[in-house]
Design a protein around this ligand. Structure first.
Ligand SMILES: Nc1nc2c(ncn2[C@@H]2O[C@H](COP(=O)(O)OP(=O)(O)OP(=O)(O)O)[C@@H](O)[C@H]2O)c(=O)[nH]1
Ligand SMILES: Nc1nc2c(ncn2[C@@H]2O[C@H](COP(=O)(O)OP(=O)(O)OP(=O)(O)O)[C@@H](O)[C@H]2O)c(=O)[nH]1
Ligand SMILES: [Mg+2]
Ligand SMILES: [Mg+2]
Ligand SMILES: [Zn+2]
Ligand SMILES: [Zn+2]
Lengths: 211, 211
């Protein structure tokens, strides 16, 4: 409880930073390997948002994701959390001082691959984006309700693989509706690009409003 | 630290329980949706272990996995952890008193889908089984090193999907070897059954030794 209190204090500080600079910050939360990095790579390469994109990468170990983001062409800082299972507001605060995003830009925060713990730690973001992938199965929303309940947006990724899976998109959407009826949902493939432009338009609209 | 100390005390109690009864207990740890439940379903249905199989299911919410295990034909108890991101030894202790596994049996503990936190909580098991699936990408061992470092066995699942993925099995194995050179690894498909009999034989051998 003390940990969360201290985190919320720092998160409020981050949020003030973002808001005073007109920066639109997103906290991407999902299981390991559901495609957070690949989605960011696609958004950066296609430049649909037509806004400066900055990335904060969170992982237990390695610079792998930051290297991929650098190759895609966006400024990025990698945070290694060690044994910690989530980014917290203090880590993000330190990361932001290295990243130095410009006013009216977009900061994408890719959290540690984890459907549970990151949902409890406010980073100061404007929106929490939950990601599930078709390969994980259609019952993940029901089984990890905090992920859905705390999300402002849900992205269902890897839809290109659905022909090879037992994934029932309608069942997945139904369990999402049961938990959070008005949650906006986009079904996409970071690989083929399907659905990405619509997602980018939603993000861009929110980003302009944040300016 | 106090939390881990109390957990270790209870874990030691669980371990005594198991050892005095000749029970072989496995703690299955992996990301959400990598196939823990499907693998257990297959092991139960095929009965390769030729030993009584009991299951303790851990999930934030729902009875979904326990229902699947019941349908497959094994006695099972579902533990719902609420917001907790991992099973702990006390939850397992309470679950065991409901499950009442017989002497010389096998208890499969399916942990909450999470590659990070469960690795830090001893449940009293004989072996920690780490599971990765090909759909998550080949860099997960490097990015989630605690999972590999604490594992007694690694299972790579969903190999049937490899033709449709960018998954480099050699790269995955190389990053595992870098962290833990002597870790036994099985590549399997819970869907097609490929590799499952070899995995079951390894488990059966360990189970007999535990009796
Ligand atoms: N077929 C297909 N594969 C995808 C898609 N998106 C990502 N992948 C693949 O899924 C694997 C994992 O993708 P990542 O982008 O590393 O996933 P992540 O969520 O960033 O993983 P962590 O950062 O470790 O939590 C990689 O092999 C990707 O190429 C998709 O839409 N379709
Ligand atoms: N193609 C293929 N699909 C699989 C395989 N194993 C599991 N699946 C599918 O992957 C999805 C997730 O499987 P689960 O067994 O629910 O995964 P889990 O690890 O138990 O998930 P959690 O308990 O939520 O962490 C389901 O749609 C399964 O049918 C496999 O070997 N091949
Ligand atoms: Mg990533
Ligand atoms: Mg399961
Ligand atoms: Zn955690
Ligand atoms: Zn007891």
């Amino acid at each position: 409880k003390a940990i969360l209190g201290r985190n919320d204090h720092q998160a409020a500080h981050n949020r003030e930073h973002f808001q005073s600079e007109g920066i639109f910050a997103c906290n991407w939360i999902s299981a390991p390997g559901s495609g957070k990095t690949r989605l960011l790579e696609a958004l950066i390469e296609e430049n649909w948002l037509r806004l400066p994109l900055y990335v904060l990468e969170g992982d237990q170990a390695t610079q792998n994701d930051a290297d991929r983001i650098k190759k895609a062409g966006a400024p990025v800082v990698q945070i290694n959390t060690g044994s910690a299972c989530h980014l917290d507001a203090q880590m993000v605060h330190l990361g932001l001082h290295k990243l130095n995003p410009t006013p009216n830009s977009v900061v994408m925060i890719e959290n540690v691959g984890n459907m549970v713990c990151p949902t409890a730690f406010d980073l100061g973001e404007a929106v929490k984006i939950a990601l599930v992938s078709a390969t994980e199965g259609d019952d993940k929303p029901a089984k990890y309700p905090d992920l859905i309940l705390t999300a402002d947006l849900l992205v269902i990724n890897k839809i290109d693989l659905i022909p090879y899976l037992d994934f029932d998109l309608d069942a997945c959407l139904a369990s999402v509706r049961k938990l959070k009826p008005n949650l906006p949902v986009f079904a996409v493939s970071a690989k083929t690009g399907e659905g990405l432009e619509a997602l980018a338009n939603w993000l861009q609209k929110e980003a302009i409003q944040a300016q």
